[in-house]
Design a protein around this ligand. Structure first.
Ligand code: PLP
Length: 409
């Protein structure tokens, strides 16, 4: 699979800290708080200036406000009747998302994030498929969690090549199907370049062949429906396509929810019969979950509504546009693909891209650097929290960085 988060040789190794005694005595609260603050102050970039790695940022402020109300609460599937408060928030959040993603009857779970959601999808598809040597066909740009799932669940992955725009070869998809295939996977969008896989074609194929199709909409789920409402030409990618069996989306990315909030949604409740929950009491992989995540999910959706999320998506695209246009206006730099959502990739045919990245880092602005063996690229991931002001700051730092590299060349 392609690498979303390439590693630069310049990335610092982070060793395990030296052995540390469990403290005998407690410390004054002020000392503990001061040390926490001091350590975060040493991080290379403040959250708002870090355009690298992931589309994660601080949650919507109501997620903080509900915490005292939800303090100590939790939910776990085997004790739904004992935690009806948090449980109801979880299930209503799932229902609201189902309606957003094209299927009001979808059922599902709040998970710990995209990785757990993808593992749940692979497991469900494997169990429903009931093949002796199960295989899954997916574009090579799919998230690494599918590799993890394949290893844990004893699945064989059949990876499909993609072209320069990250589009998978659909003929190869068809060729890789065989009697052991239990699922197809598509991403909406994939994480390398933020491009949409051809979900309509995958759904059509899944339907014709009677195969399970899982859609990974980790950062698209909370954005693409709103971009469409704003007039962007977003093709169908969700349960509105009858071939889509399950979907996932991450609340902690563009959903403005606290970190470790994901959603796994299934078209039809009867599919869950393939999970032997009579032995475990749960259909998920993690059991006890923080009640405040369910309350935050429900509360942020209620507080913002479609209107609020549309505004968040609009601002996000404003940042994408500011950054992309300025990159294109700098002679010698070029975008690798026209951004669809939240991811911007560029390179230079004239400069050492890694040096540009290091100059940005020296100025306190984060990005991710990677290379495909011949050419370096800088990748930005945009979260609504990296607002217009920070977009202007970032591009000003980019201009300075390019100048610095060229004047020292
Ligand atoms: C982030 C991401 C995941 C994994 O999500 P985690 O919450 O980090 O586990 C899966 N797929 C895509 C496309 C992602 O962007």
């Amino acid at each position: 699979m392609a690498q979303e988060f390439d590693r630069s040789e310049e990335r610092h190794p982070v060793p395990m800290p030296p052995p540390l005694d469990f403290p005998e005595h407690g410390s004054p609260e002020a000392d503990v708080l001061a040390e926490v603050e001091a350590r975060f102050a040493k991080d290379p970039y403040p959250v708002k200036r870090n355009f690298g790695v992931s589309y994660v940022g601080p949650p919507h402020e109501i997620a903080e406000r509900i915490r005292p109300l939800a303090a100590g609460s939790f939910f776990v599937e085997w004790a739904r009747d004992m935690n009806p408060g948090a449980d109801r928030f979880e299930k209503e959040a799932v229902r609201m998302l189902g309606s957003l993603l094209g299927h009001r009857d979808a059922v599902g779970f709040i998970t710990s994030g995209g990785t757990e959601s993808n593992l749940l999808a692979l497991r469900l598809a494997r169990n429903l498929g009931a093949k002796s040597e199960p295989e899954v066909v997916l574009p090579t740009t799919a998230h690494y969690s599918f590799r993890l799932g394949a290893e844990l669940l004893g699945l064989r992955l059949r990876e499909v090549d993609v072209d320069d725009t990250m589009r998978p070869d659909m003929q190869q998809v068809e060729r890789l199907l065989n009697r052991n295939t239990v699922a197809l996977v598509g991403s909406a969008p994939e994480g390398n370049f933020g491009q949409l896989d051809p979900i309509e074609e995958l759904a059509d194929l899944a339907q014709r062949k009677g195969l399970y199709l899982h859609v990974d909409a980790a950062f698209g789920g909370f954005a693409l429906p709103f971009l469409r409402e704003l007039g962007y030409p977003i093709p169908p990618f969700d349960f509105s396509l009858p071939g889509v069996s399950s979907m996932m989306t991450d609340g902690h990315k563009l959903g403005l929810l606290p970190v470790a909030t994901g959603f796994f949604l299934i078209r039809d409740e009867a599919m869950l019969d393939a999970i032997p929950a009579e032995f475990t009491g749960i259909h998920t992989i993690t059991a006890t979950k923080p009640g405040d995540h369910a309350v935050a999910a429900w509360s942020v959706m209620r507080r913002l509504g479609r209107e609020g999320y549309r505004e968040s998506a609009r601002r996000l695209m404003e940042v994408v546009d500011i950054v992309s246009k300025r990159i294109e206006s700098i002679d010698g730099l070029r975008l690798l693909v026209r951004p669809l959502l939240a991811v911007v990739n560029f390179t230079s045919d004239r400069d050492d891209v890694e040096r540009i990245y290091l100059e940005l880092r020296r100025r306190g602005w984060g990005a991710t650097y990677g290379h495909d063996g011949s050419q370096g690229r800088i990748r930005l991931s945009i979260h609504p929290h990296r607002d217009v002001e920070h977009a202007h700051g970032w591009v000003a730092a980019l201009e300075e960085s390019v100048q610095a590299v060229r004047s020292n060349a």
